[in-house]
Design a protein around this ligand. Sequence first.
Ligand SMILES: C[S@@+](CC[C@H](N)C(=O)[O-])C[C@H]1O[C@@H](n2cnc3c(N)ncnc32)[C@H](O)[C@@H]1O
Length: 268
Amino acid sequence: MGERWWQWLRHPRLDSLPIGPTARPSLTELAQQFKTDKWGLHRYTPHYEHHFGPWRDRRFTMLEIGIGGYARKRGGASLRMWKAFFGDAQIVGLDIEDKSSVEEHRIRTYQGSQTDPAVLERILADQGEISIIVDDGSHRPAHVRETFARLFPRLAPEGLYAIEDIQTSYWPAWGGSADLHDPATSMALVKDLLDGLHHEEFPFLDEGYEPTYTDLHVQAVHAYHNLVIIEKGSNREGTNSTRTPRLRPGAPPARPVAEQRAPYRHQP
Ligand SMILES: C[S@@+](CC[C@H](N)C(=O)[O-])C[C@H]1O[C@@H](n2cnc3c(N)ncnc32)[C@H](O)[C@@H]1O
């Protein structure tokens, strides 16, 4: 059985049956073709295909942090893979190294650190609304957290935000920690988002607790081995607890991000 069938069996969707003349290469096949380690060393592409598949024919802008090749000239494998997968998307890459040599039609690069607010602002100003962000940059938890805090509030309302290689949370040499409850890791951010997803169930909700931006705008957190994909959307379903009304239409709107101490709770 071919790779495409295995993928389909893993995430069956009627509109993506891998048969007929219209069958297109899977993301895994494209990863192999363009030689990005998102398949092989890692096993990310089936998960991406599952979440990004509905975007395949849409016109939108995607940002990937980390273009690849490090200080050498080569790199850009994943940008070319995304371009081939998304037929009509603008693919933007950010890297601390100069990767302008990988630019081509629908691929644009920026040089700068993922924690530099100036370059992030420049990308947003130039490229407009971004619907998908993939953080495959330094993988240092402090950077991952800072980038997320800056970019998630600016992501399109129904956007997706992926964090790769989140295992560095557990690796002290990468700025992670052997303490599973360390609040400064990327995984701690993910756990915080999961709590926030359930903020309407907090027992102290009616005692002046003010929901954070992510409490109100993270709709789902999909965790896979070393990869997390966060879905943005409205998180105001209400609770079935008798303590609070099922729906709280009068709930105050989220305060503008600039006024909040942090978009998520446990900013170390
Ligand atoms: C794992 S590689 C990216 C691989 C590529 N996305 C792919 O799948 O083919 C990581 C890249 O992040 C870049 N990088 C490292 N630290 C960074 C930072 N602070 N800001 C932006 N990019 C960074 C490196 O130069 C390197 O090119």
